[in-house]
Design a protein around this ligand. Structure first.
Ligand SMILES: Nc1nc2c(c(=O)[nH]1)N[C@@H](CN(C=O)c1ccc(C(=O)N[C@@H](CCC(=O)O)C(=O)O)cc1)CN2
Length: 290
């Protein structure tokens, strides 16, 4: 079993992005500038946005973090997005999800200029991705593709099961893996909460991508020997033995599943790290051209 080390891979890819930024600057071109909007004070969202801003600093990007109150109106939030759309110095815009319940995620995403949609969530970005046209691809699925590519994992002709059909992970993941590309060319089954016989379907999988948001959901009896297992889950569970009282686990029961796998991502240190790396790559592309 080999670990797919998202921390190591993202550090290596971020170092390459930093070199590109330096070259852009030396050529008198623009410094990539990422604008992030954080609504409210969800601790996890605070941490993720903090990591994004810190990573921008590390690789030489400019960044703007706009913090807004939890009770901001949707109209006011949309106005802030339009201001970033109209600001020629801003290359990429992201609005950290989830948003408070009174704000429509889809109206927010639809308001971002597709040319600055570095999260790849806008319907135009998703549509282009489905058609195989150059576009921003959402960070988590793209980060997983980067990881598969880095470790030269053979995907063509493989049976792949994606568990979870969210707009930001499961659905785009299923499309990317089935595309005529490398990595890609998989035969993909997209499973979800209404899927019957999930265990049998998973047992036929060469590659499993678990993105269902339930701790330790994928157990050893669902995984065939030699499978590649990609764990997208980030679940905080109680653990009285820890000083913090909790710990992070994925959607895969790592300790039981890992011995059966050819490759597996850890949590933390797997897909999550790649998400930020892929976002930075999209922001660089916003300047260099997709
Ligand atoms: N606008 C967006 N909102 C959200 C996205 C997104 O891509 N765009 N994805 C997730 C959260 N997310 C990025 O925003 C994200 C999640 C996890 C990590 C990460 O590095 N995880 C670490 C563990 C971190 C920890 O200790 O808590 C890991 O897995 O090693 C980065 C980014 C939802 N919202």
């Amino acid at each position: 079993m080999q670990l797919l080390d998202g921390k190591k891979v993202s550090e290596s890819l971020l170092a390459e992005i930093a070199v590109s930024v330096k070259e852009l600057k030396e050529a008198g071109k623009k410094t990539p500038h990422l604008a992030a909007i954080l609504v409210g004070n969800n601790p996890a969202s605070e941490a993720y946005v903090g990591s994004k801003v810190k990573t921008c600093e590390q690789i030489g990007f400019a960044s703007t973090l706009l913090r807004l109150e939890q009770d901001i109106t949707e109209a006011a939030l949309l106005e802030h997005i339009r201001n970033f759309n109209d600001n020629p110095d801003v290359d990429g815009i992201l609005v950290q999800l989830p948003l408070p319940a009174h704000i429509s995620e889809s109206r927010v995403i639809n308001t971002i200029d597709p040319a600055k949609d570095v999260d790849g969530f806008h319907p135009i970005s998703l549509g282009r991705m489905v058609l195989g046209e150059p576009t921003f691809i959402s960070a988590t699925p793209n980060g997983i593709m980067m990881l598969l590519d880095y470790y030269k994992i053979e995907t063509a002709g493989k049976n792949c099961v994606v568990i979870g059909r969210s707009n930001i992970v499961g659905t785009p993941m299923s499309i990317l893996l089935s595309r005529n590309s490398n990595p890609g060319n998989c035969t993909v089954t997209l499973c979800h909460s209404r899927t019957q016989n999930l265990k049998e379907i998973c047992l036929g999988a060469d590659i499993i991508v678990a993105a269902i948001g339930r701790p330790n959901y994928v157990t050893a009896d669902m995984v065939k020997e030699g499978a590649v297992v990609i764990d997208v889950g980030i679940n905080r569970i109680d653990d009285p033995s820890r000083k913090s009282g909790s710990r992070l686990v994925g959607d895969v029961d790592f300790d039981q599943v890992a011995p059966k796998c050819s490759y597996i991502t850890p949590v933390p240190g797997g897909v999550g790290k790649m998400t930020i790396c892929a976002l930075m790559n999209n922001t660089l592309l916003a300047v260099k051209g997709i």
